[in-house]
Write a protein of this length. Structure first.
Length: 265
């Protein structure tokens, strides 16, 4: 219809009508582009809101994972310190028998790192993380992702030292049958003799040190996790329900270290 009017105007050399029809066509194209752009922008905002909402919900669970993980690691550190003190003194302090036992049993064990990451991996694979336009949230997610990549990469390296450490237990720590235990075994060892074995003590000290270094990595992951949760929540005008618990757990570990240093002779 417009093309027919334009052709008629040109044949009649009605240049005003030609110009008017041209303006109408251009305006229609511009308006069409604007409508499309507005629709795309609205869709992108909706997709970003959904991305933030899903990732924020998962990030609260991520914080809870690292709270529990750091708590377990701190308890294991206590057990290993009890073992070191027993080796230093040549005897187990009364009331710490179970701690020393657990310290030996888990000396070279590094648990798998499995924080919730279903939504994170899904968005990473689809490029959905790029839809997070909030600078603070985007940076926090990237920093947590970097920390997670780092700690999972370090896990294999630290585990590689376990076989040599386990060999140090040969001829020194023995397994006996214990049908009443879920593990079906009971460890038997002589702390007084082990404390005189310089090679064994050195191996244990190195193992405890490595486990503690890995605990520092876990603490870093916990901090990055609750910072990510807070940033994602702030981008939606919400509050991270688990951030404060994460911050308190991190403070508890630091207090534990301070108290232990003060109590050391």
């Amino acid at each position: 219809m417009i093309l027919q009017r334009l052709t008629t105007a040109i044949r009649a050399q009605n240049w005003f009508a030609v110009a008017l029809e041209f303006v109408i066509v251009v305006a229609g194209v511009v308006i069409g582009f604007q409508v499309t752009a507005l629709a795309n922008a609205a869709r992108e905002r909706a997709e970003e809101a959904e991305t933030l909402s899903r990732l924020r919900a998962e990030s609260e669970a991520v914080v809870n994972f690292w709270i529990a993980d750091v708590g377990d690691a701190m308890e294991n550190d206590r057990n290993r310190i009890a073992l070191l003190r027993a080796l230093r003194d040549g005897e187990v302090e009364p009331g710490y028998e179970e701690a020393v036992y657990d310290g030996i049993e888990g000396l070279y064990f590094y648990a798998a790192i499995t924080p919730p990451r279903t939504v994170f991996d899904e968005l990473l694979a689809s490029g959905g993380l790029s839809r997070i336009s909030d600078p603070g949230a985007n940076a926090a997610v990237s920093e947590y992702a970097d920390q997670l990549t780092f700690i999972t990469g370090q896990l294999d390296q630290f585990r590689s030292s376990s076989p040599d450490g386990l060999r140090m237990l040969d001829g020194r720590v023995f397994s006996e049958v214990d049908l009443s235990a879920y593990t079906l075994r009971r460890l038997d060892y002589d702390i007084a003799s082990l404390s005189q074995d310089r090679e064994f003590v050195s191996s244990v000290v190195d193992a405890v040190r490595n486990q503690r270094v890995f605990l520092f990595f876990r603490m870093g992951a916990l901090r990055r996790a609750y910072e990510m949760c807070e940033a994602l929540s702030a981008a939606q005008g919400e509050t991270c329900a688990t951030a404060e618990d994460g911050r308190e757990q991190l403070t508890a570990v630091r207090v534990y270290y301070d108290e232990m240093r003060e109590a050391s002779p």
